[in-house]
Design a binder for this molecule. Sequence first.
Ligand code: UFG
Length: 310
Amino acid sequence: MVAVDNLSNSSKESLNRVQKITGKTLTFVQCDLLDRALLGQIFADYQPDAVVHFAGLKAVGESMVNPLDYYKNNVCGTATLLEVMVENSIKNIVFSSSCTVYGAPKNLPISENSPLGAVNPYGQTKLTIEQMLKDLQVSDTSWNISILRYFNPVGAHQSGEIGENPSGTPTNLMPYMTQVAVGERKELSVFGGDYPTKDGTCVRDYIHVVDVAKGHLKALEKLSENPGVIIHNLGTGQGHSVLEIIHSFEASTGQKVPYKIVDRRPGDAASVYANPQLAELDLKWKPSSGLRRMCEDSWRWQLKNPKGYS
Ligand code: UFG
């Protein structure tokens, strides 16, 4: 197994922890996907059977301020990766997509054949990459491509050794909430209390990261059956409001989360949750962790690593 990362928003220490948890040796090469020469060398040296492609920028707000960074890193980076794969006759790939490709959904739950439409540059890069992969497979049907559309991954590995370590102020709900609970931030701002939902706050489909990881293993197995292009939602099918997340976190960790309801965050959809049936049927994959476990594991990671990996 070879891990490739430019370390722009990650730490090599996380890979040491992976080795500690698994007892397996991992080869690491620091490389940017836009570095065609080095990437070519890595493929020539290691000749992998398949690629699991997680690399990319992923902050919606940042993508609106710096769209070109997003197109260059995500779209051009993926095009370079695919070219190098072609040169090395490696045609199996699992790609990290996102429920963001559904834009502001009109019907719930969201199935894989629901209408697509990006509402920000980040989402547009995911949609563009999906289309690039589909076009590639039409041009050469020996490609096997799995596109996984994640909903809201949260939680951490149960050991507390690996978890989310955002640089700077977290933009996502769970890391912000754990930093409030540990006393690093004063209170959580809940973005909007007047949405047409059960309690007025936004509803999302939160899924444990370890369930997401297991989905990739199932997708890799499926590629060996030569399926062409396959697309699956990775979600639980359960929608939870922001207030439910806060209360569940408080109940499962015993920590108080001071919060206040503030204005809506521009671009947030009221409710987003998956129909996860296709992944269950095709990939034989089903998430096993509920909200309580997601909160407990996020909290354990936060407590064990108050300064992240540093
Ligand atoms: N929220 C707050 N306060 C915060 C942070 C978030 O109330 O400080 C709310 C948001 O308004 C939203 C919910 O918590 O209702 C979840 O927000 P996140 O930022 O954690 O996640 P999003 O659903 O906005 O975004 C996620 C991924 C994106 C992806 C998007 C697709 O982080 O990468 O889903 O919808 F594009």
